[in-house]
Write a protein that binds this ligand. Structure first.
Ligand SMILES: [Zn+2]
Length: 348
């Protein structure tokens, strides 16, 4: 039985794990990993390869379930497959799959652009980029879960047929964004086609199945760049903006205002994921100035908060009909990342 050994912060290489090597469940599989892991599956044709990354966030297990299922079911890839699993340590913290990253760590999916810092996560991100350069896969799929309950969708920073085809292996919703935050998919601009797949919430029962179905196609189809493999037409959303909490503010979730100075959002807000929100739909409460608590920056660095949100007697509303995505009800994510993404509908 070949498996990773010492605990360091570089990727352990695991060549062709056998179904008997990986435990009986995805969680046992996780426990057998001793740190960031690079799994290499040999395909029928080793002259080409593709890459998969998953568990960049330790609380987003659907991609690992899919990898576990592929190895268990001995899916024979058509070409070589390289699977990178970075945030094993965070995922393994009891009771498992709870931590996006360890409390003192940076979000690795914000570290994939220069200048690289000197933290463990920066080093790991850089090592992953170097390995991708060496291996030179024809494309990369990065599998995540949304932080709240949500339908599945793909995200790309690059628009062309190849990216459409990659996303449609998994889902028919696609967000195209110009926001560059140091996420892995941004390497599409200068390396190889790379898309993020958000499988829906980790708690949504269909997420693991969706990841598994998509990964099996990614492993076994000879051509993943032609949309012929899909009868789904993609529903695209362009350039969503982020609603973020300002420094000094804080957030809670509840049905009445819980913050003396800060933001309270209604717990039901996640039901707006991929749905429309109208100006009469109350989203929550802000005590204090709206502009002292929240911000919506566009890609040119302009503040757009008041174009989209307003306060009426301390209650938060949108100024117009909007489409919302990636709405979280996890205060930790809301503080460190953002509260939600918003876009103006094409046909309001
Ligand atoms: Zn994620």
């Amino acid at each position: 039985m070949e498996q990773p050994e010492s605990k360091t912060h570089t990727f352990h290489y695991w060549n062709n794990p056998a179904p008997g090597d990986i435990g009986d469940t995805a969680f046992e599989f996780l426990k057998l990993l001793t740190g960031p892991t690079h799994i290499h599956l040999t395909g029928n044709n080793s002259s080409r390869c593709r890459a998969v990354t998953t568990l960049l966030h330790g609380n987003e297990p659907s991609g690992l379930y899919a990898v576990f299922n592929a190895i268990k079911q001995q899916v024979k890839p058509v070409i070589d497959i390289h699977i990178f699993i970075p945030s094993v340590d965070a995922a393994k913290q009891e009771p498992g799959f709870i931590y996006r990253m360890l409390p003192h760590q940076k979000d690795i999916n914000r570290c994939f652009k220069p200048p690289f810092g000197d933290t463990e996560q920066d080093h790991l991100a850089k090592e992953l980029l170097t390995k991708l350069e060496e291996i030179n896969p024809e494309c990369v799929i990065d599998i995540h879960n949304t932080s709240g309950s949500s339908p599945s969708f793909g995200v790309t920073t690059f628009m062309d047929e190849r990216h459409d085809a990659l996303v449609s292996l998994f889902t028919h919703r696609m967000i195209v964004t110009d926001l560059l935050m140091g996420s892995l998919m941004e390497i599409s601009e200068h390396m190889m086609p790379t898309v993020t797949i958000e499988c829906g919430g980790a708690q949504d029962s269909e997420s693991n199945q969706m990841a598994t179905d998509g990964l099996f196609k990614y492993l076994t189809l000879d051509d993943v760049f032609s949309a012929e493999h899909s009868d789904l037409s993609l529903e695209q959303f362009h350039n969503p903006l982020r609603l973020e909490l300002l420094e000094g503010s804080d957030i809670a979730y509840g049905t009445y205002s819980l913050m003396e100075d800060g933001v309270t959002l209604l717990p039901e807000i996640e039901h707006f994921n991929f749905g429309y929100v109208n100006p009469e739909n109350k989203l929550g409460f802000v005590s204090g100035d709206l502009a002292a608590n929240l911000t919506v920056m566009d890609t040119s660095g302009n503040e757009r908060l008041f174009d989209y949100f307003e306060l009426k007697d301390g209650e938060l509303f949108t100024t117009k009909r909007l489409k919302l995505f990636m709405v979280t009800t996890n205060p930790e994510i809301a503080r460190k990342d953002c509260l939600l993404y918003l876009a103006e509908p094409d046909n309001p």
